[in-house]
Design a protein around this ligand. Structure first.
Ligand code: AMP
Length: 504
């Protein structure tokens, strides 16, 4: 039997294909039947452009209904879907296209001229455009038949390549198979009790694992519906919330919603689940959200290479500051960063993952792939953390963010949790920067809540009895905002650069 992701998901589509798959507020509904028909048209159009199974289809477009249809269509053809952040510049794109050697590039109409120069260097590569309601590919699809037979795939065939953000060196293409994506959607559906009755608020980008695979595949797998927003806007979310049952967000969605007086028990009464991931959700935001709405946010942990790994429980404890135990079928272990030995519960070390969710390897980087996997198949995630007696995982940060000061390890997440609990602190980032005596010195960068009176002394005082001396920041900077990327991750590399000379 074919294990083409779309063919498998389709077996669970609603009997009534007139059911809404997605609706963008103010736009006509895309039904399940419409999705099958239009993705068939797109699939025929891209095959006519020369795309064969295993070829890469690189897509750099804004979020739109057409972009969603193109994802589904590409999977149906057996080609490899390769979404790229629309914010990448032409010079950044040069690397991705050169590395992936796609057969088709789909870009925004306004970037066509710049992209055409890059495509000219790729033999046999076609270039088309796509935007909401138009573009050359959309026109070609409209003139193509809707009937399309999904190309059979094995579970081990690649469905998508997602480039990692590459904050340390070259960005790497993570090869995700049809089997990886399907196994993860099964685990999430069971864990989060997704059903055909759900309506998901979708305001995430769709070039990243969270909005593309977690949100979209789960909706398709459950035969449920989504309210599909071009981007996140707290007021629009609150307006649409009465029609929804589930929201998936990055932590900034939650902190922004908390600034709105309209976020109340009544406004969220129809919701059954709020999920957070892609970056650490502070325990403060978790508690504040719960006090305001009565809902405990369910935090989960995943990454581009592995899909989702752990999740707090739907029916059990949702612990603020923890990302929960391993999902069904996923194994998580903590190992000594130097020796690779498994560590007992409670001790911090490298987080390693094994399971059907874990990617096949980095595109055209066999050496790097080998380096990042243990011989017994565990993937070294690059995250550091520990597991408690109940198997709940606590993330301390990326291993490259770990601070070694005077030979002692400081886990940024622990110091950040203490900072976030200080009244007047909106959020914080703790980094290590060069220090002549200690190797690295601990620096805290703290964003103040508007109107709060906060200075370095107040913060130092608050931490004095809470953290061992070596963990206490040697310097505290107060800022208005922390730099974040579109997935809500704090850009610590930027902060390390900015504050590199603190101890000179
Ligand atoms: P990405 O590949 O862009 O999805 O980034 C994955 C990384 O984001 C992980 O390796 C973690 O460092 C971080 N991350 C994802 N979810 C969480 C979470 N719930 N808490 C803390 N860090 C997270």
């Amino acid at each position: 039997m074919s294990e083409n992701l779309f063919s498998v998901l389709k077996t669970n589509f609603p009997e009534d294909l007139n059911k809404t798959f997605l609706q963008q507020p103010g736009e006509p509904v895309l039904t399940y039947g419409g999705l099958v028909e239009r993705s068939g048209q797109f699939a025929n159009a891209i095959v006519a452009l020369g795309v064969k199974p295993g070829d890469r289809v690189a897509v750099q477009v804004e979020k739109s209904i057409e972009a969603m249809i193109l994802y589904v269509a590409t999977v149906r053809t057996g080609a490899i879907y390769l979404p790229l952040n629309p914010a990448y510049t032409i010079s950044e794109l040069r690397y991705f296209l050169g590395d992936a050697e796609p057969t088709l590039v789909v870009c925004k109409p306004e970037s066509r001229d710049g992209v055409a120069e890059l495509v000219a260097a790729l033999p046999g590569c076609a270039l088309e455009t796509l935007m909401a309601g138009g573009g050359s590919l959309v026109e070609k699809a409209a003139a193509s038949p809707g009937a399309f037979t999904d190309v059979p795939r094995a579970a081990d065939d690649i469905a998508a390549i997602l480039y990692t953000s590459g904050t340390t060196g070259r960005s790497k293409g993570a090869m995700l198979t049809h089997g990886n994506l399907f196994s993860n959607v099964e685990a999430l559906k069971a864990s989060w009790r997704f059903s055909a009755d759900d309506v998901l608020l979708h305001a995430l980008p769709i070039f990243h694992t969270h909005g593309l695979f977690v949100a979209t595949n789960l909706t398709l797998r459950s035969g449920s519906s989504m309210i599909y927003m071009p981007s996140f806007d707290a007021d629009t979310m609150l307006r649409e919330m009465p029609k929804a049952s589930v929201m998936m967000g990055v932590p900034t969605f939650y902190s922004r919603l908390l600034t709105k007086p309209g976020l109340t028990r009544e406004a969220t009464a129809g919701m059954r689940l709020f999920i957070s991931g892609s970056a650490p959700l502070s325990a403060e935001v978790h508690k504040e959200f719960s006090a305001r709405t009565g809902h405990e946010i369910l935090e989960r942990y995943g990454m581009t290479e592995t899909n989702m790994n752990t999740s707090n429980l739907y029916d059990g404890a949702r612990i603020p500051g923890s990302v929960g135990p391993a999902l069904p079928g996923v194994e998580v272990r903590i190992t000594d960063l130097k020796t690779g030995e498994s560590l007992p519960r409670g001790e911090a070390g490298g987080i390693e993952i094994r399971g059907p969710n874990v990617f096949k390897g980095y595109w055209r980087m066999p050496e790097k792939t080998k380096e990042d996997f243990r011989e017994d198949g565990f993937f070294k995630s690059g995250d550091v953390g520990y597991m408690d007696e109940d198997g709940y995982v606590y993330i301390a940060g990326r291993s490259r963010d770990l601070i070694i000061t005077g030979g002692l390890n400081v886990y940024p997440a622990e110091v950040e949790a203490a900072l976030d609990a200080i009244p007047g602190v909106a959020e914080s980032a703790v980094i290590g920067v060069p220090h002549a005596d200690f190797g690295e010195g601990v620096v805290a960068v703290v964003a103040r809540r508007s109107g709060a009176a906060l200075d370095e002394d107040v913060i130092r005082d608050a931490l004095k009895d809470q953290l061992a001396k070596f963990k206490q920041p040697k310097k505290v900077f107060i800022v208005t905002d922390l730099p974040r990327n579109v997935m809500g991750k704090i850009q610590k590399n930027m902060l390390r650069e900015e504050f590199a000379k603190t101890f000179d």
